[in-house]
Design a protein around this ligand. Sequence first.
Ligand SMILES: NC(=O)c1ccc[n+]([C@@H]2O[C@H](COP(=O)([O-])OP(=O)(O)OC[C@H]3O[C@@H](n4cnc5c(N)ncnc54)[C@H](O)[C@@H]3O)[C@@H](O)[C@H]2O)c1
Length: 375
Amino acid sequence: MEVNKIAVIGAGLMGAGISYISRASGYDVIMTDLDDDAINRGLARLKGYVEAGVKRSKLSPEEGEKIVGQLVTTTNLTEAVSDVDLVIEAVFENMDVKKKLFKEMDGAAKPHTILASNTSSLSITELGKVTNRPDKVIGMHYFSPVPAMKLLEIIVGKETNDETIQTAMEVGEKQRKITVKAIDSPGFIVNRLRAQIGRAIYQIYEQGLASAEEIDTAMKEKFGVPMGSLELADFVGLDVSLGTGSTLEKELGECYKVPEILKKFVKEGRLGRKTGKGFYAYEDGQKRSIDEPKGADPDRLVTRIIMPYLREAMIEFETGIATKEDIDKAMKLGSNYKEGPFETINRLGLDMVREELKKLQQEYGHCYSLPKMLQ
Ligand SMILES: NC(=O)c1ccc[n+]([C@@H]2O[C@H](COP(=O)([O-])OP(=O)(O)OC[C@H]3O[C@@H](n4cnc5c(N)ncnc54)[C@H](O)[C@@H]3O)[C@@H](O)[C@H]2O)c1
């Protein structure tokens, strides 16, 4: 199906980014939010992206002016969705809020309009159920910052039809994103894998086996991540990490339980950089270590941290959530990892991964059991 006009619902961090890349790829865009203040904040962010694009010679000043000048904004949802081919929703991550919105949008949009959600972890199938067009409901999961991150996860609900999938992928490609396809399931590809890295790291910290600095240095130097995982968690906000973790725990059960340390920190208001303290302390924008080194061996640390993540990638593949190629691509483009999990498995060898997982299973139980491909 040809898409000319897109409505973006929510002018926050993600909505402003999605509006920008859509306008920059030539789509007519109508951006909406609850009130003028929110729209103005979104517009300011979008103008910032335009200025950065012009500065880096990615856009001419005329193109920049056209992106902003021809962007339509409104606080009226019905007006926003009544004459578009595709809606991309990017409001708060709350199922009740999104369900209410999808019901309203279904009533106001034309029959051919595709309704997409940028949700990070909520069920696309559930959202489809509140509409009379579940075949035209899909997930388009962009990564932040939207203009810079190349990945777009296309999330296929139980009822989503092929034309909807094809159209969402074509829009993503026109927006210069690289698309991967995932079956609707909690956390999709990347967030579910990242959660396993997070769980391992929080557990190690909780058990006092390594300091934040030791964990981050090991992951950077021995595994090649661009930013230490705890530093990144502090940057994103520990409340956000807890939110994703809690959804996974609720949907997938005990093996996805959020470590107590994360709940404790959030309860204490220790949310990371934005509150001045998380796994590190922050003063005048400078990070400072607040725990003593424990003398942890960096190689052992990395092995302990990545094994549950490699196991999870195998489970995603074995349960048909995505192909190995898409899982690798998603982690490299969505998390800036040097290699995807299946590339890591190939590098380390199946025997090594099997032996390490067996050790973890002996120590911590069935949540580290061997996936089928290692049995
Ligand atoms: N922040 C990220 O890194 C990230 C990454 C990928 C996906 N997401 C997902 O994108 C969505 C938006 O996240 P965000 O970080 O942009 O949030 P945000 O808080 O920056 O923006 C949300 C915006 O939605 C508006 N809004 C709320 N209810 C609305 C309604 N009924 N109608 C119109 N506007 C409404 C709010 O006023 C706000 O401006 C969430 O589902 C989130 O999980 C976020």
